[in-house]
Design a protein. Sequence first.
Length: 441
Amino acid sequence: MLSIRDNELLTQVGPGMPMGQLMRYYWQPVCSVQDLAASPFRTKEVEILGEKLVVFRDRQGRLGLVEGHCSHRRASLAYGVVENDGIRCQYHGWKFDHSGRCLEQPFEDTTHPEDRFREKCGIRGYRVEELAGLVFAYLGPEPAPLLPRWAPLVYDNAVRDIAITELPCNWLQAQENSLDPVHLEWLHNYSGSYFAQIMAGEEPELGEYQPRHQKIGFDVFEYGIIKRRLTIGNTEEHDEWRIGHPILFPNVLVVGNPLANIVQFRVPIDDNRTLHFSVYTWRPAPGFDAPKQDSIPSRWVPLRDENDRLLVNHVFNQDYTCWVSQGPIAERNLEKLGKSDEGVILFRKMLLDQLKRVQSGHEPAINVFRDPSSNVSLELQLERAKYGGQVTLQDVTYRPLEAGCSRDADKIEAVLRTWQHIDPKWAAGEIPELEPVLASH
Ligand code: FES
Ligand SMILES: [Fe+2]
């Protein structure tokens, strides 16, 4: 359990709150490039860390991110006129540059230029950068660190897809799930097959079920925590124990293998809502080219069915259902944590330690990157793909892990098909094997 005070410390993310301060040291995705491009206004309203903002792309193609409302009489800049060097409020023509500086106030400038009123009328403007089909923002103190270039986000010769969900719950519920190996066998296996039978209109069979996890382990590493599991029938030589999954501090998870993986960002919108981004990447077999994507597609993932029930028929939707069902902010003061929650406890401690650092005037000690030469591609140790050599036609079917389907499903399958040309007898150690559907996370 956690005290009410510590629960508040870890979950309140607005400006001025300790966790809000910590989170502001980290670049966060705010929307997809595709969603911004789809707006005829060249703008998109976004909300993160308790701040309502507007992203825009100016006439020169540069991204901007400013406070959502004009400093004059608070009209929404989402309906502003995007110009060469900034955004002009549609209501009375005040214009702001990318840093939020007020450049023009047409009436005041004409009638009372000597007042220099506009110098007092700036709005907040933040740094923004594009990577892997996402728009990332930095809301923290200057000098800004570098946007981390996690390897899966910068592989070339790959096909990508982005899935976005708005979750009505606090970010920490999502991230704690990544430190919880045991839920895999219950939520996704036992309960997952129960759900599947119900969804198929069948009376579910309740078979005997033997717990599969024998041991779980967690190690702090340079970028966060590595989560390991040992399940029945495997030895410590198995990738799930030997390599494990990286959880990147503070709110990112990477699952999969070097050939098919997912980077998930759990971005706080405010204390009670989370914007969840999954960036999927598929790479072709050596010697093959991935089909070109004109743009990286993004899609919104539904959370509920037509009866307003939370969806449970996709792996990630099963996770979303559990996080949302814990309530807007889980009452951690009422929990009963067992040995299976060792990773959750370690992660909370890591957060509290870094919070203390920030409160004492330092920047966090993890994942604040300032050296461009070591931020070209941040390599992560990922498990090799499972199911050695089982590359069959059936295996190269794209099966979305969350509700909906990628616009580029045909390109994803084209990448998967390249693996049919690989000799299945190749040793697992020489070449990572393909796993189109990720079995564990
Ligand atoms: S409200 Fe924006 S210029 Fe008046
Ligand atoms: Fe899960």
